[in-house]
Design a protein around this ligand. Structure first.
Ligand code: FAD
Length: 298
């Protein structure tokens, strides 16, 4: 046996799990296929994590990793490709190797679907955001736009309408995909303007976003003055590699409750990758601790 616990993903959930497991005296390996820190490493500012009134996402990630590393947690920059359940032991096959362990914690997070326009990357963190709960407060009293037509987009527009001066909700169809109650609610809010049958074509601004350019189905181009654009066009969980062994829901999230247990004993799911209502740093950290303490008992 190589390790007591193998953790897949070095985001907030995975690193928190590593800290808890290492402090319980376990031999821990984290596998990470992109960059240490996960999603939050790309965020310029975090203001809602208890204990830090303001911290950059990169510093937050670095601190988590330093804490785990100082406790003896090992890290391999390698992609987990398959998990095999051998009863009391599990094997995690990666791109470059194979690791056996008593328990596996999957903490693979999600990717946010992008609009795919060239300017999007340029204004990321300079007006373009993928999370209204995280970044909405930075736009207090300002005009912003939200793009998307599902529950997340509509809920975010409603939430932002309480903080911002004006919210433009841009959607490519004339009907929302969200629950009817939300759709009725959003249509009744005075400072939300619906920009329907429209797509975002381009973004403009000197250094920071100031203008969102849309085009409707009739080909009419409109310049919307907005300092923030919240792109809420879907999240993509990346758990397909494990679908042969653990149960995923229709959207690809790992089916696991607050106890982080999957359908296979000894395999846990923590953070954004599992079925849950709120995907935030606090809930990822909470899952990491719950999954680690359960994995320590295997
Ligand atoms: C721009 C931005 C700003 C945000 N701001 C805030 C904020 O201010 N406050 C807040 O609470 N939340 C914020 N969030 C949300 C928060 O970042 C997430 O809820 C949190 O990162 C989830 O942590 P996680 O560990 O579950 O997943 P992630 O952070 O997504 O980490 C998962 C990790 O797993 C790795 N991985 C995936 N598949 C594999 C594989 N097969 N093998 C090996 N490694 C793998 C990924 O590369 C990634 O590093 C923000 C998100 C974004 C994108």
């Amino acid at each position: 046996m190589n390790y007591d616990i193998v953790i897949i993903g070095a985001g907030t959930a995975g690193l928190t799990a590593a800290i808890y497991a290492a402090r319980a005296g376990k031999k821990v390996l984290i596998l990470e296929n992109e960059g240490i820190g996960g999603q939050i490493a790309t965020s310029p500012k975090v203001e809602n994590y208890p204990g830090f009134s303001e911290i950059s996402g990169m510093e937050f990630s670095d601190r988590l990793y330093e804490q785990a590393s100082a406790l003896g947690v090992e890290l391999e920059l390698d992609k987990a490709e398959k998990i095999t359940d051998n009863g009391d032991t599990k094997t995690v096959k990666t791109e470059y190797g194979e690791f056996s362990c008593k328990a596996v914690i999957i903490a693979t997070g999600v990717k946010h679907r992008h609009l795919g326009i060239e300017a999007e990357e340029k204004y990321m963190g300079r007006g373009v955001s993928y999370c209204a709960v995280c970044d909405g407060a930075f736009y207090k009293g300002k005009d912003v736009a939200v793009v998307g037509g599902g529950n997340s987009a509509v809920q975010s527009a409603i939430m932002l309408s309480n903080i911002c001066n004006k919210v433009y909700l841009i959607h490519r169809r004339d009907e929302f995909r969200c629950e009817k109650k939300l759709s009725d609610e959003v249509r009744a809010i005075e400072n939300i303007e619906l920009v329907l049958n429209s797509t975002v074509q381009d973004l403009k601004g000197e250094g920071k976003l100031t203008t969102v350019i849309t085009e409707n189905k009739s080909g009419e181009v409109r310049e919307i003055s907005a300092e923030g654009l919240f792109v809420l066009v879907g999240q993509i969980p990346e758990n397909a590699a494990f679908a042969d062994i653990i149960t995923l829901d229709d959207s690809g999230y790992i089916v696991a409750g607050e106890d982080c247990k999957t359908n296979v004993e000894g395999i846990f799911a923590a953070g954004d990758c599992r079925t849950k209502a709120i995907r935030q740093l606090t809930t990822a950290a909470a899952d990491g601790s719950v999954a680690a303490l359960a994995a320590c008992n295997m």
